[in-house]
Design a protein around this ligand. Sequence first.
Ligand code: C2E
Ligand code: MG
Ligand code: MG
Length: 400
Amino acid sequence: MSMADRRLLILDDEAEVGRIIGLIAEGAGFEWRSTTQPDEFFDELDTWQPTHLAIDLMMPEMDGVQVMRQLSERGCKCRVVITSGVGSRVMDAAMRSGVEHGLDVRGVVPKPFSALTLRVLLLDEPDDWPSAPDAQDDSIEAEAGQDFVSQSSSRKKAVLDKQFSLFYQPKLEAGSAALSGFEALVQLTGINRSPDRPGKIIDELDMGDAESGFTASVLNQSIAWLGKNFEHSDVSLSLNISVAQLLSPVFLKELLNSCEKNHVETKRIIIELNETSAMEDPTRSLDALTRFRVKGFQLSLDDFGTGYSSMVQLVRLPFSEIKVDASFVREALTSAESKAIVKSIIELGHSLDLAVTAEGVEDAQSAQLLESLKCDFLQGEYIAAAMTGDEVLNWLAGRD
Ligand code: C2E
Ligand code: MG
Ligand code: MG
């Protein structure tokens, strides 16, 4: 491609930012045009036929994610550079998603712009551009996996022996502190708890066996508890489910029966699926999730920020809530990067009309910060740790 053939089209809601990007590109031998409007952007795409695109994904008045999606539907062959926000994992995910959808996404340029980074992304050949460094994460995962294998049999026994208990952790509306609902959390009793995540173990135990006494017992117990203690109210119950459960028609039936029996409207039940599992097979998940939504259940994407969900998939999958992972919440006060991640997740959620819940809120400062970032709901030990059903009732009585 000769220099004269390089045409960059920029979409950014801030005209001045668009101009800066344009000037940097000009220095690298590009012709450029910039617009703040998606309509105009797509018109220019057809008529001017740019070779490169620079797209801001985080725009308050419009949805950059949909712009990306539309580009992939049009089979766009331009090189794409994402120019949003911080170098967070959300942006890395956006990049991956674009690539998965056939877009030639070159990378993410954090704001404020580094002229050099932008030039490198616009000009370099595919093999040279920087990718997200995730090798380290993989090794951590591998270690946790080994640990799990060595301990899993005693856990399996604990579950088979029904040595588990149900706890409920309250979730409050940020600001008003009004009770919004509870998350049901299972803890294995008869064994030493270790710091690895029970979710993995539970997934393993379910093994596609949604009729297992375990699953049915969690769901029946917790829904009965809600129906009995929170009659005629909107208080919600969040249930963590595994992909195996999600994909099982028996599970949906069981859930519906339990709601009916306990006079709990389905909209009060929030199905939580963690980010990694939800994205394993997005097409299958989409079908299953849609079935739950059609029945009125709410859907939440748990541990958001820890996996690699693509923003495109997030738009496509019918979630009603995302939960910001505790690890970012915990670090938000001390790490500028974590704070920026939390902020952009909240903005992303709101731009997709999703409620945003922060989990792992451990102190007043974090709660204040989250409130100032317009997070909708808070959950964590600052409010209350997970409690038994009876403890919850005492806790509530103490709040009045
Ligand atoms: P999760 O759904 O993300 O649940 C939130 C976790 O954060 C819980 O860990 C909770 O005890 C913990 N937590 C609550 N407040 C705080 C806080 O202030 N600070 C910190 N650092 N952590 C807090 P827990 O109970 O160990 O559960 C871990 C995971 O196990 C859950 O993560 C969920 O994925 C899975 N899980 C729990 N119950 C079930 C279940 O019934 N079925 C399935 N499939 N998975 C479950
Ligand atoms: Mg959860
Ligand atoms: Mg979580």
